[in-house]
Design a protein around this ligand. Structure first.
Ligand SMILES: [Zn+2]
Length: 283
């Protein structure tokens, strides 16, 4: 049986990423030329070419300004899900502020698509041991699944011992939500992230492929993510620390061709499609 893996896109622009959050204030976002619409459309065309459907976690700030793009994602048969509103790290927010912006962004997306939004992904996977309370708020505000927990060690995110594959998670207050953790694999004795984004740009393609194959060999689905700005090597450069620049700009020119290889070598579907196939969620 072919295992379908979840293909996901975090729809945000190049100046909204956490690596540049110290350099660009949210108030300044409006001053930067938006490239997210064109880049997302290019991804939609690539996905059509390979006949795959994906889940797009759309940032509320982008959705508010680009209604037609969100509508197009849905009408082209993909799943629209939420990436919050402001791209602030969840563990830096109070539960009240998090709840307010979660409802706000969900309403924006549902008004545009006229369909229920069932999935959520936090900015920079910022649901960690300090912010598990957010899962209660997600269950309470009507989300069926979350995909924000990264079972790795990292300076900004990660719950190192969290489960590796999709599962029913009991929230701190006793509610239930499905969690699709970001994918990791064992390479040279170490558990490493292979879920996409910066890792996909950093590693040689064969290493990403080996890690992802390992997951499918266990008859488990992986989840893969990328950002529209990752296929846009010509984006304006932001001045920031050497490390932030490295994280953001490394191998941008290689991302699209690697993505095309990936779409040829693995089978993909939306997150909802994969969760249904896994018997974790009802239609
Ligand atoms: Zn993001």
């Amino acid at each position: 049986m072919t295992i379908h893996n979840a293909l996901t896109v975090d729809v945000e622009d190049y100046f909204q990423v956490s690596a540049f959050a110290d350099n660009i204030d949210q108030q300044e976002w409006g001053n930067h030329p938006l490239r997210v619409e064109n880049n997302t459309q290019r991804l939609l065309d690539i996905f059509d070419e390979y006949k795959v459907k994906a889940t797009f976690f759309v940032l509320g700030w982008v959705a508010e300004r680009k209604n037609a793009l969100v509508r197009e994602i849905a009408t082209r048969g993909h799943e629209v899900a939420s990436h919050g509103y402001s791209h602030q790290l969840v563990y830096n927010q109070s539960p009240d502020v998090f709840k307010e912006e979660t409802i706000r962004s969900k309403n924006i997306l549902e008004d545009i698509t006229q369909a229920r939004v069932r999935g959520y992904r936090a900015a920079s996977y910022s649901i960690t041991d300090q912010s598990m309370w957010a899962l209660d708020i997600l269950a309470e505000t009507g989300f069926d699944y979350d995909s924000s927990i990264f079972p790795v060690r990292h300076d900004r995110y990660g719950v190192p011992n969290a489960p590796e594959y999709p599962y029913h998670l009991k929230t701190p207050q006793g509610s239930s939500i499905i969690e699709f953790p970001l994918s990791t694999a064992k390479i040279f004795l170490y558990r490493v992230p292979v879920a996409g984004g910066g890792y996909f740009r950093l590693y040689p393609y064969w290493l990403s492929k080996a890690g992802l194959k390992q997951i499918n060999r266990k008859e488990k689905p992986f989840i893969f993510y990328l950002h529209p700005w990752e296929i846009d090597p010509d984006q304006p450069r932001i001045s920031a620390s050497w490390f932030s620049q490295f994280r953001h700009y490394n191998n941008l020119g290689k991302c699209e061709s690697r993505l095309r290889n990936l779409l040829t070598e693995f089978s993909f579907d939306t997150v909802m499609g994969v969760l249904k196939e896994e018997g974790l969620i009802q239609a």
